[in-house]
Design a binder for this molecule. Structure first.
Ligand SMILES: [Fe+2]
Length: 389
């Protein structure tokens, strides 16, 4: 019997972790040249931290600065490509949430390849990225998307014919990721809560993905222990204790690393379709789908797939700090952890953003769930969506 499972994993060339490591930027940039493009989230661009960093940077380098709000669109990326393609840019630095990082990531490749980002989007365009790119440094200021570790950038157009699609290439993984847990200090609740559930969903989905492997599993298991200890305090008590900032920062990073190398399940399969049709924050969509999808997976796997059923149980135990193998208790704990945190979050349901029963068929039609551990039938998908409305 064949018992070797083939896989490959890709990581950032360098990960820098620690408090106040943001101040490593000048040192890193010296290796790259003189001219740099900074893509900042709006809130970071207005912070005192940026003012101090900027005044240090302009003494030594020529810097261009763009601030972004909302998820990147085709128009935004194309406009920035036209603006910077003929300017000397030795590296791009993104400081912000997933939107700032995905914008910088897209530019890092399109400032070399040129053209409209739409031509390279999976399922939409037919051009392939060359893999050549401008050096790219990603510095997250939220604990959520894990985009600082991934090889794709998500571009959306919202509306009736809307989409949320990725450009993807192995070389799009940021060359350097700087995780400075102190950047998560004083994040407002409306950012902490959805992004925290995004990270948790990504961990659960990639750990139970059919493409999961020993490297991503090992990292996810550690991340479940960390996020289990700190999620509640970080999301609902505004905790800025060092241990909680560290746990959230690393869990979110690992969630990105795991999804980039193991794939995702039904929550994100649905989320990319729903996020194209409706203007709903990504983390809110994930949070609404997480419980019904997990329960449905568990219900189906219980009937046959022992290995993945046990993985769900292990998640439950790890979230409560236990490494014991107790399947029934683990499943109960996973349900309890999700119920407790989701009810505290009290997020608006998808129906309050305008999603109705009538939308279910067109959402299912476009949803891809190749790596989901349980074989979900059309009725299962309908049931999950109905529960999240
Ligand atoms: Fe996500």
């Amino acid at each position: 019997m064949e018992n070797i499972i083939n896989f490959d994993v890709s990581f950032n060339r360098k990960l820098i972790f620690g408090k106040n490591e943001l101040w490593q930027i000048p040192k890193i940039l010296r290796e790259y040249g003189k001219n740099f493009l900074f893509i900042l989230s709006k809130s970071f661009s207005l912070s005192d931290l940026w003012k101090s960093l900027e005044s240090e940077l302009i003494e030594e380098f020529l810097i261009y600065t763009e601030s972004v709000t909302g998820e990147p669109t085709v128009d935004l990326i194309d406009k920035l490509v036209r603006k910077y393609i003929n300017l000397p840019v030795d590296a791009i630095v993104s400081i912000g949430g997933g939107s700032a990082i995905d914008t910088g990531k897209s530019l890092s490749s399109l400032l070399i390849d040129g053209g409209s980002v739409k031509e390279y989007l999976e399922g939409i365009g037919n051009k392939k990225l060359s893999g050549k790119k401008t050096k790219f440094i990603a510095i997250p200021t939220t604990a959520g998307t894990g985009s600082e570790a991934t090889k794709n950038a998500v571009i959306s157009e919202i509306g009736k014919n809307g989409f949320k699609k990725s450009i993807r290439h192995e070389n799009l993984i940021p060359d350097v990721a700087i995780l400075d847990p102190y950047l998560l200090k004083s994040l407002p609740k409306h950012v902490r809560i959805p992004s925290g559930f995004d990270a948790l969903s990504q961990l659960i989905e990639s750990y139970t993905s059919l493409k999961s492997n020993v490297i991503t599993d090992t990292l996810c298991e550690k991340a479940f222990l960390m996020i289990g200890t700190s999620l509640e305090k970080f999301l609902f008590n505004d905790s800025d204790e060092d241990s909680d900032l560290v746990n959230l920062s690393l869990s979110a990073y690992i969630s990105g690393l795991a999804l980039a190398n193991a794939g995702l399940g039904a929550v994100h399969g649905f989320a990319s379709v729903i996020g194209g049709y409706f203007s709903i924050p990504h983390g809110v969509i994930c949070a609404n789908l997480l419980y019904p999808t997990t329960i449905k997976n568990i219900e189906i796997l219980k009937k046959g797939n022992d290995a993945f059923f046990k993985k769900f149980a292990r998640i439950g135990n790890l979230l409560y700090g236990d490494t014991i193998e107790n399947t029934n208790e683990g499943i109960d704990r996973l349900k309890e952890f999700l119920e407790k945190n989701l009810s505290k979050a009290n997020l608006k349901k998808l129906s309050s953003y305008g999603v109705t029963r009538d939308d279910i068929p067109r959402i299912i039609e476009k949803t891809s769930i190749k790596e989901n551990p349980a074989k979900l039938q059309k009725e299962d998908l309908e049931e999950i969506l109905e529960m999240s409305l």
